[in-house]
Design a protein around this ligand. Sequence first.
Ligand code: FAD
Length: 324
Amino acid sequence: MSSADSDHHSIAVIGAGVAGLMTARELTARGVDTVVLDKGRSVGGRLATRRIGDARLDHGAQFFTVRTEEFAAVVDDWLTRGLAHEWCRGFANDDGHPRYVGTAGMNSLAKDLADGLDVRCGHLVFSASREATDGPWVLTLDDGRSITSDVLVCTAPVAQSFSLLFETVDGLPRDLFDADYDRTLGILATLDGDPGLPEPGAVRDPSADVSMVVDNARKGVSPVHAITLHASAAWSEAHWDDDPDDLECALHDLLAPWRGDATVTEAQVKRWRFATPRRTWPEPCWVSTQHRVVLAGDAYAGPRVEGAFTSGRAAALAAHTLLG
Ligand SMILES: Cc1cc2nc3c(=O)[nH]c(=O)nc-3n(C[C@H](O)[C@H](O)[C@H](O)COP(=O)(O)OP(=O)(O)OC[C@H]3O[C@@H](n4cnc5c(N)ncnc54)[C@H](O)[C@@H]3O)c2cc1C
């Protein structure tokens, strides 16, 4: 099929989080015609940043670490261009490992990765199928339009990838699907003063009801004090179906010990259904040569920003090989 026949691309990537963007960057750099589709209003997925008044708050990933040379090269470039900075080297104590943040919020780093790519936001992929076993992938969007591709890379969370592909692709990694994801409930709150959180402006305790509480001003992201609080996986699971007003009250109660003498001026509740994969697949992506499809994302290379980065790069290589 030629590009004159329809909206056809060599590779279509579902998801413009870090994994999908890295897949598209690597392929585009190799001259492969690649389109990225995301249902969100903006790129980034779980690299999410919100404005509330003058405040800027990260509400998904709060920081990232660097373990591989490949990611270090990208992070060095962000540091040089002033897009990222080192925030701290640990929470209760200095463990020597740098934690980095996007200086204009974590989402700004996703925007940087998306620069120059064919990324289409507001495009929910409603179904993915192949009319013939050797035919192209046909992606139907929620507005009824379709996009076709020779190879498909799906970086949506595992359950969402499965719901798109299970009728067409056999042998999907069932163990990952069964393991599911931890949920995260959180609250973003602007304050009228300094909450006085201990160094480095955050407390992290995955064993408590509050897994993380961060002052975005102390992180160097917000010009004014503004807190992101994430409840633990267990608390989030227990309160997921609460009435919205009850949930907001319960989150304010969790926040109360962390805001010092400051008063909350505005607050928003945030929900992440697929926050953290409970299992990591042993390979950085899953490939079906028969179906010309690759699954990628943080469930394949570790539940963190760098895991998504590593998986996205591996998916690009696999997709390039499938193209032949
Ligand atoms: C609350 C929270 C805190 C975290 N804290 C940290 C941290 O401090 N440090 C760290 O390193 N990591 C952290 N993480 C994890 C990190 O954010 C993720 O590992 C990483 O961002 C995952 O990237 P991804 O590309 O794999 O997936 P995602 O970012 O989830 O991207 C998947 C994309 O697919 C899109 N999509 C899904 N279905 C469809 C469809 N049908 N059609 C079109 N688009 C679709 C979604 O809109 C989404 O944009 C945190 C995550 C959460 C939620």
